[in-house]
Design a binder for this molecule. Sequence first.
Ligand SMILES: Cc1cc2nc3c(=O)[nH]c(=O)nc-3n(C[C@H](O)[C@H](O)[C@H](O)COP(=O)(O)OP(=O)(O)OC[C@H]3O[C@@H](n4cnc5c(N)ncnc54)[C@H](O)[C@@H]3O)c2cc1C
Length: 501
Amino acid sequence: MNPAREQYDVVVVGKGNAALCAALAARDTGASVAMLEAAPPDESGGNSRFAGGVMRFAYATVDDLKRVTDLTDAEIADSDFGTNTTDEFFDDLFRLTSFRTDAVLSEMLVTKSLDIMVWLRAKGVKFVPNFGRQSALVNGKRRFFGRMPIEASGGGAGLVQSLDKAVAAAGIRVFHSTRAKSLLQDGDRVVGVQASASGKPVEFIAKSVVLACGGFEANPEMRARYLGPGWELAKVRGTRFNQGDGIRMALDIGAAPYGNWSGCHATGWDLNAPEFGDVSVGDQFQKHSYIFGLLINANGKRFVDEGADFHSFTYAKYGGAVLKQPGQFAWQVFDSKVTKLLRSEYRIRMMTKVSANTLEELAPKLEGVDPKAFMETVRGFNAAVRSDVAFDHTVKDGRGTTGIDPPKSNWAQALDTPPFDAYATTCGITFTFGGLRIDPSNGQVLDVTLAPIPGLFCAGEMVGGLFYFNYPSGTGLVSGALFGRLAGTGAGRAATDEAQV
Ligand SMILES: Cc1cc2nc3c(=O)[nH]c(=O)nc-3n(C[C@H](O)[C@H](O)[C@H](O)COP(=O)(O)OP(=O)(O)OC[C@H]3O[C@@H](n4cnc5c(N)ncnc54)[C@H](O)[C@@H]3O)c2cc1C
């Protein structure tokens, strides 16, 4: 059977945040644009749709924030939004990636992050202050911490919905249940995509192709191959459709792999969550308040510094630490002193939780844990807590431990006030860090000799080189939008003025 044929100036593969931004930017150049989405409409939108929607961008003043969101005079007077200056953003990115982040890509991300927020707003995305998760009332004023006071209204789902609307208004055609399978070439030039649309072959002919179809986080074979033994056992926090197709298709035609191929973003995630993300639950299987409690493994031992930093700067690597524990699980244990500080995800119905009025009663309820060793760990921890420093959850308070390994560096409090609550977690993978190498001037994919591949661009999780070992929360959506816009503009210009590529 001859495949059906469709023809556009630009074909964008994927329909998450990066793809939607790429499609809009390509359309702004005057190109005709189609989007191919492997998922059916009710599951479409990629990991972007599962995202909490927090956005990390550089801002120095309230005036910068006012370019992104409407703030009333009362909100400004009653809030301390802090700052995330370009220097602070650079420091966080460099420190967390052990200075491995690509110098050019990270400079673009940091210095253009405010502009891309303004661009998203102009495309119809609504942003609001993140009152729920990143702030607290301190002396009558709302203090934001973690350098990330703004989120998309309605979370990642709201962001995708707004961009969907913009795409429809721009006359961009979206093909759902249409999975790209390989790239079509004429010599070295990419001239389209071979796809399967609800099981039927279709050739999408294009002057430029943008791959924005995620990493390989939902593919257990690729996880074990690249991330290492055991990673096939992780749960997937987001979409089941990110199977590494885009990366494979590009590598098949000689694209250069780039970045931290054995690294990924992974967090603590409910032990009994489903294999893949559930759009009706979104990100709520995560458990990010471990900074206020203890993380306990099967041997009854602690294994990380729970209070090393705000969760924004440790959560993306602690999922991997949980995966490496015996049985790939850890219990998060809290006492009632911190119950009111636990995030909203500790109050959903679907979670694995046990409670008790004494630690002796709690110990045997922690399924899979050596109860005697757990009691010894808690006794040792309680004795090691520094009581000479005041507890303050709105700053890194320096209230740590002495003489135990691993230490707890901040927010350490003895576990002594009943009732005690414990939550069972495993590792949930978010996205993979390894990707393709791009020309930072236009998002074009480079081949292994570092020459641009004519007609091929990429964006989003597929761009390698930004994140290594760890990741500051809220960066994925901003970088997806930034490099999506870059690739879409590059692809659109190349298609409407072919002489440029
Ligand atoms: C639970 C969770 C919470 C998160 N919270 C945040 C947050 O608060 N802030 C933040 O910045 N980041 C967050 N992230 C990370 C963020 O979601 C990602 O960095 C970002 O969404 C990646 O965007 P993307 O467009 O590259 O990929 P995706 O949004 O995953 O889009 C990939 C698209 O490609 C499609 N696709 C895959 N293969 C094919 C194929 N062969 N053919 C056609 N289509 C294909 C998929 O169906 C999907 O539409 C979170 C992620 C998760 C999972």
